[in-house]
Design a protein around this ligand. Structure first.
Ligand code: MG
Length: 380
């Protein structure tokens, strides 16, 4: 199916999906919606995300992110999902397409058997976390639409407890560009600063010339000397910094534990951890975890990770990749459970095709009146 038809069909599905959500009364909901008789149909197509600014990370630079858009349809109701594949995750359009083309979702007669569907996806092939996330997000969107409720409600969460989100800046050698990036942080209460490229203090100093906003720091494994990492943590503690994400290479567990003993700022694991079992390992060296749907295989396991981290007394952060509002809004449904959110992925791209999460006064704002993951398709 070409892109135009893909979106057109998607939009049609949405029209079907949106109508019951607003008109369905509590009384008639169970009789009309709980016995789906049709067949689950999964379709997908590549969609390249174009970044508004080149992303300068500790290990490389990029201007686009490959993605795959997914739709899961049942009885005219469409759930949207998405895979986003930044280079370091090791997935690609080819690997995601290959995985999705092998998924036989139609074998599941009851889409509410989420646990079974996840077991099936995990047994189909190892890894492929973003590919699995794309199915999971579309499935959650579909289920929420069938139930006529957004996921924050299904999980029993209070949307007003959603945290502020940070907005990300990275070092730019061109001072004018750097200034422009910093100016764009004005609506946000927290700015995430990407470090580990050898210009760490320069970025903060450039920001401080324009703003005293709270910051959090993501070193992206860029500090490999523990004494220097400690010195940076101590310096950052005097810069209105909330926490430091992935200060050292993920393999340096002992050094990170050493740093945690001494750092005045909490250390958050990102690259170190992917899925649920990693949360327990992370507790040995980190104060908190950064959950991302593209690592966790989607919402189902992300929710479990947040619950487990809380039970272990850890801080929880919710992040994203560069993604459209589809995956970012899906993640936002979980945001009332977390301490910090870094849900700016949709704001960093120039070609979003969904409307969803809004940032109001720096705070994550979940669309309250939309079932499922809370998005509508823009480009239809
Ligand atoms: Mg990170």
């Amino acid at each position: 199916m070409n892109r135009r038809n893909f979106l057109k069909t998607s939009a049609l599905g949405l029209a079907f999906a949106a109508a019951p959500a607003v008109s369905l009364s509590a009384a008639d909901a169970p009789t009309r919606r709980t016995a789906p008789s049709g067949r689950l149909n999964l379709t997908f197509e590549p969609y390249e995300l174009k970044l508004r600014h080149a992303f300068n990370l500790a290990k490389y630079q990029r201007t686009t992110t490959p993605g795959v858009q997914v739709r899961l349809e049942l009885d005219g109701i469409v759930g949207y999902g998405e895979a986003s594949m930044p280079q370091y995750l090791g997935e690609s359009v080819d690997s995601v397409s290959n995985f999705l083309s092998q998924v036989d979702i139609a074998q599941f007669k009851d889409p509410f058997r989420v646990e079974e569907i996840h077991d099936y996806l995990d047994n189909l092939m190892p890894n492929n976390r973003a590919a699995k996330a794309s199915v999971d997000i579309a499935l959650h969107d579909l289920l929420g639409k069938i139930m006529g409720q957004p996921w924050y409600k299904i999980w029993g969460l209070s949307p007003e407890k959603a945290p502020n989100t940070s907005y990300t800046i990275s070092y730019n050698a061109d001072p004018k560009e750097m200034e422009t990036e910093i100016a764009e942080t004005a609506p946000f209460k927290v700015v995430k600063v990407k470090m580990g490229l050898g210009h760490d203090k320069e970025i903060v100093e450039a920001l401080r010339r324009q703003s005293d906003v709270a910051i959090c720091v993501d070193a992206n494994q860029g500090w490999s000397d523990k004494a220097e990492a400690l010195e940076m943590c101590e310096w950052l503690a005097g810069q209105n910094c909330l926490f430091v994400e992935q200060p050292m290479p993920k393999e340096m567990i002992d050094e990170t534990a050493w740093l945690r003993e001494r750092s005045p700022l909490p250390l958050i694991a990102d690259e170190f951890l992917q899925r649920l079992p990693d949360v327990v390992r992370a507790a040995q060296a980190y104060d908190g975890i950064n959950i991302k749907l593209m690592k966790s295989t989607g919402l189902h396991e992300a929710h479990k990770m947040a619950v487990l981290a809380r039970a272990l007394g850890m801080k929880v952060m919710l992040g994203c990749m560069t993604e459209t509002s589809c995956a970012v809004t899906a993640a936002a449904q979980l945001s009332p459970m977390v301490d910090w959110a870094d849900l700016d992925g949709n704001l960093l791209i120039a070609n979003d095709i969904f409307d969803g999460i809004k940032i109001v006064d720096g705070k994550v704002t979940i669309p309250e009146d939309r079932p499922g993951i809370g998005v509508t398709l823009l480009d239809a």
